[in-house]
Design a protein. Structure first.
Length: 202
């Protein structure tokens, strides 16, 4: 009986592998869809979920994004803190590609589009902090739960949600459906060091 069962299991496994190897190469224009060419597929590819999906690192490269350095906190707090299966990322302030602070007040010094770009930079710093905490393994990310965006803005500025879209949209572009999150976009009359935007995340 044991031999019969073993043979049946082996047959099913071989049949499954043959079926998997006959799968056509998917449309690479779709998010996270990528598999090795047929001649390069291995058993490891078949068993690994990354065979079916473009990795987050590949998506970052495809979008021509260079993640900023994950800066150490300046003060008596942590950049990241895990509680259960949740990872809390401290607020990341707007810093440009050259490492300079993106300063200014929306509605006075900066346009909504400039605020959008500043929020995007905050989100990339969040991803950098996450990657650092996970020892460069972004495949461990299962969901983005929530982000909170703070916009340094004048009293009559009302486009905070459009500004924080810069953070939300780049997270979804990189992580796809699991990057969809709850959100708050908050106006504030000042932020640390005079920066335009700060975003934290879970």
């Amino acid at each position: 009986m044991k031999k019969i069962i073993l043979i049946c299991i082996s047959f099913l496994f071989i049949a499954s592998c043959e079926t998997m190897s006959s799968i056509k190469k998917p449309d690479l224009s779709k998010p996270f869809s990528k598999c090795p060419p047929k001649e390069e597929r291995t058993l490891k590819d078949i068993l690994c979920r990354e065979w079916f999906f473009m990795s987050f690192e590949e998506k970052i490269k495809e979008l021509n994004i260079k993640l900023p350095n994950a800066a150490d906190p300046v003060g008596s707090y942590l950049a990241t803190r895990q509680a259960g299966k949740l990872l809390f990322i401290s607020g990341q302030i707007s810093i440009d590609e050259n490492g300079d602070l993106i300063k200014g007040k929306l509605g006075k010094d900066l346009s909504t589009d400039e605020g959008y770009d500043a929020a995007k930079r905050c989100a990339l710093s969040i991803i950098s902090q996450t990657k650092k905490y996970l020892l460069d393994d972004l495949t461990k990310v299962k969901s983005c739960v929530k982000i909170t965006g703070y916009v340094n803005s004048t009293d009559d500025f009302t486009e905070q949600p459009k500004v924080i879209n810069g953070a939300s949209e780049i997270i979804v572009k990189i992580f796809g459906d699991i990057g969809m999150h709850a959100r708050a976009a908050v106006s504030t009359n000042s932020l640390p060091l005079g920066v335009a935007v700060e975003v934290d995340a879970i």
